[in-house]
Design a protein around this ligand. Structure first.
Ligand SMILES: Cc1ncc(COP(=O)(O)O)c(C=O)c1O
Length: 360
């Protein structure tokens, strides 16, 4: 199968040396070798996420931890901040788990603003104890102001906030402790640039205390079990995806020791600007509200009326792949991801190819 370089918002491109790292000889998940691996890895993940909080290594896609959040943290009603397909999905997950959901809904492409969350919490004072927020709406290429929203949530003592940082984590800094984030989750198939199958979460003391009060947390995603096993034994509750955990350790080394966090954030900002500048100079518009454009992927409004499907077919012949719009926006928008192990040189080549196919 000829490989197409992935400019889609996940799974993202995985470099050959990382794929190689995944072919390590297998070890037992209750062995000393595994415990040593997890013990070595956790502080690196904490460093990447600016936190001293416990880390959850979940053998699942991100959706598993989204479900885990509603099961572990909600005793009362859940406020779901909805601005696109994935935040809509989180509301659905909460309902599917029997939670009563209050929907804070804006049009796709619009951001959730702190004052909206403030209003919803004050109108339902004492009734809500969990806020669900997607940091980067992958369906619309929009980044919500997480830090500012958390400041508002903090006015309400018993409310905690869970953040889906699936397509934000490792593309932009998430200052978990400084911002006081209770729970942050992401799958590794986005800006970590690993194959899918592992999700990473950070969980605060406050969130752990909440989980202790919640009944029916379920079994597979019982966060108290994850933390207990990790603290006591450097293990996970069930058999984890050891090869991905080994590869995550290698990726962390590269990010921390070779690229450096600050360089990584700056590179992602440059890459985002490069794609936005290209789009705007070619007669396209950005889909999301100005001021909230995602740093990890650009969702571009198809104002030129090109055939996104044909463009992707042509790009495929050149060994590249971008993404059409999400769901109902399939041909109305297209998305170019610029996160993880996609670099400026890759984007230069991609954009030149697009110019060549559709004309400038
Ligand atoms: C923002 C966001 N949340 C959740 C998900 C669901 O992730 P997964 O498919 O890993 O469960 C995605 C997937 O693209 C996403 O972009």
């Amino acid at each position: 199968m000829a490989h197409k370089k992935l400019f889609i918002p996940g799974p993202t491109e995985v470099l050959p040396d990382i794929l190689e790292a995944m072919s390590m000889p297998m070890i037992g998940h209750r062995s000393k070798d595994y415990a040593a691996l997890q013990a070595e890895l956790i502080p690196k993940v904490q460093k990447c996420l600016y936190t001293k909080n416990q880390i959850i290594l979940s053998t699942s896609s991100s959706t598993g931890l989204m479900e885990g959040a509603v099961r572990n943290f909600a005793n009362k009603k859940v406020l779901a901040c909805m601005c696109g397909a994935f935040s809509d999905r989180w509301a659905k997950i909460a309902k599917a788990n029997g939670k009563e959901v209050i929907e804070l809904k804006v049009d796709w492409g619009k951001a959730i603003k702190p004052e909206m969350v403030d209003k919803a919490l004050s109108e339902n004072k004492g009734e809500i104890d969990l806020v669900l927020l997607v940091m980067n709406e992958t369906s619309t290429g929009l980044m919500n102001p997480v830090k500012e929203i958390k400041q508002v949530v903090d006015k309400y003592e018993d409310v905690i906030m869970a953040v889906d940082a699936v397509s934000a984590m490792m593309a932009v800094p998430i200052y978990t402790d400084e911002w006081g984030l209770d729970f942050v989750l992401a799958g590794v198939q986005k800006a970590w640039s690993l194959p899918p199958g592992l999700a990473v979460g950070t969980i605060s003391e406050k969130a752990l205390e909440r989980a202790k009060t919640v009944e029916n947390r379920g079994y597979y995603f019982d966060f108290l079990e994850f933390v207990k096993r990790s603290v006591e034994k450097n293990q996970t509750p069930c058999t984890p995806v050891i090869s991905l955990i080994g590869a995550l350790n290698v990726v962390c080394d590269r990010i921390l020791n070779e690229e450096g966090l600050d360089n990584r954030w700056a590179r992602h900002e440059r890459q985002a600007k490069m794609v936005r500048d290209w789009a705007l100079s070619r007669g396209f518009e950005m889909f999301p509200e100005e001021g909230y454009w995602s740093v990890s992927l650009s969702c571009i409004k198809n104002t030129r009326g090109i055939s996104v499907a044909d463009l992707n077919t042509e790009l495929g012949k050149r060994g590249k792949m971008i993404s059409n719009g999400y769901g109902k926006m399939k041909e109305e928008t297209f998305r170019i991801a610029h996160m993880g192990d996609i670099y400026e040189k890759d984007l230069e080549e991609l954009l030149a190819d697009i110019d060549d196919i559709i004309g400038t």
